[in-house]
Design a protein around this ligand. Structure first.
Ligand code: SF4
Length: 377
């Protein structure tokens, strides 16, 4: 008599094969991402936690985020600070305030992420390069890490020469989310001439400059399925991403997607149950496929599950958290999605969450991605 593997044994078999071959094919990734009984998910989560410990260790790294401007020339359909969202009050911090906030950050944290909307003018890049230079200079006397204090940028798509200028000014890392590797979905959530291929070219340009390359995706895009997510995970591996950030798509008022957000439909589209669990599985599978990358526990996870969003992300494979140090008056104006500005991310809160997740923190080391460190050998 023919017997077929049960769901349980299929999950076990996939994890077993992964341990032998250190890779997963598309069908295996789809199965691991799919809705399963809790005990099967647990097999996946245990495997990804073990892979995290073995490859990047037990430390969770912290970097402060300074959101220095919510002015954006783009009009992404999901994003609360898209240029046509008139509900948002725009701000841009003066150079001195960005630098001063970074100096405060460097007394506690080993790196700072400067984030803004996308502005492609040369004047914007010149000013940002000046900010980066000043921060790196001041780190020599104000940060215990001195020249190892890291500056990370996330300001969107720029030209190769502009990335080069920022690298030469001292930027160490660059985050540019691909958002989705399905070209149709990419077009559905972006307004303009920008294409997925152009964004991929930007990522390659960043890599060619030997910056730490960060990317990531949105989970819960209307029409997205597990096959799309499996391709996203394979893309991270293909480009050798050093840093990966993934979060659920959360609605923002004043955006086409946010104003039509039907949470139930989005959940059905993805996998017929809780979006939070799908993101957790994505973190797990991404860790299996990218053992040496840094993977962040995003603020959006905490919004989706205020009880334990970050903790659970860390438990299944995330090893980076990012406290927000945007000046309090402007924090609410950096309105990417509903609920973001309410998330607590002070150092004490994060230390407690890391400990609760059974991990450790070390504020004395830059926490460079192991994947990047190994590329330098
Ligand atoms: S996602 Fe980025 S580029 Fe798009 S509108 Fe928002 S800030 Fe601008």
């Amino acid at each position: 008599m023919l017997t077929y593997p049960t769901q349980s044994s299929l999950t076990e078999e996939i994890i077993h094969n992964y341990k032998m071959n250190k890779t997963l094919d598309t069908a295996e990734i789809c199965h691991l991402l799919s809705h399963k009984p809790k005990e099967e998910d647990q097999l996946l989560f245990t495997a990804s936690r073990d892979v995290t410990t073995a490859n990047v260790g037990e430390m969770v790294h912290l970097r402060a985020i300074i959101e220095f401007s919510n002015v954006c020339e783009a009009d992404c359909l999901y994003c609360g600070i898209r240029k046509s969202n008139d509900n948002v009050e725009r701000f841009t911090l003066p150079t001195e305030q960005i630098v001063q906030t970074a100096v405060e950050a460097m007394k506690q944290y080993p790196g700072v992420l400067l984030q803004s909307g996308e502005v492609q003018s040369q004047a914007f890049v010149n000013r940002l390069a000046e900010v980066v230079k000043q921060i790196k200079q001041l780190a020599l006397t104000n940060s215990p890490l001195k020249e190892n204090f890291r500056v990370i940028l996330s300001v969107g798509e720029l030209s190769q020469n502009q990335y080069k200028q920022l690298r030469e000014a001292g930027a160490d890392r660059y985050l540019l989310r691909i958002e989705t590797t399905n070209e149709r979905l990419f077009k559905n959530i972006h307004d303009r001439q920008s294409s997925m291929n152009e964004r991929m070219t930007c990522l390659q340009n960043i890599k060619d400059l030997n910056m730490h390359v960060g990317t990531g995706v949105l989970i819960g895009i209307p029409g997205q399925n597990l096959f799309d997510l499996a391709n996203d995970v394979k893309f991270f591996k293909k480009i050798g991403a050093d840093m990966i950030g993934m979060g659920p798509l959360l609605p923002a008022k004043g955006t086409p997607i946010g104003d039509n957000y039907n949470a139930q439909q989005v959940l059905k589209d993805i996998h017929s149950e809780n979006l939070f669990d799908t993101v957790k599985r994505m973190i797990s599978v991404t860790r299996l496929m990218n053992p040496k990358a840094n993977i962040s526990a995003t603020t959006a996870m905490e919004v989706l599950n205020p009880e334990s969003g970050r903790v659970e992300a860390i438990q299944v494979g995330s090893n980076v958290v990012m406290p927000v140090m945007t000046p309090i008056g402007d924090k609410k104006k950096y309105y990417l999605y509903e609920g973001k500005s309410n998330v607590k991310s002070g150092l004490d809160v994060l230390k407690a969450q890391i400990t609760q997740a059974g991990r450790k923190y070390d504020l004395t080391k830059p926490g460079d991605p192991v994947s990047w460190v190994e590329r330098q050998k």
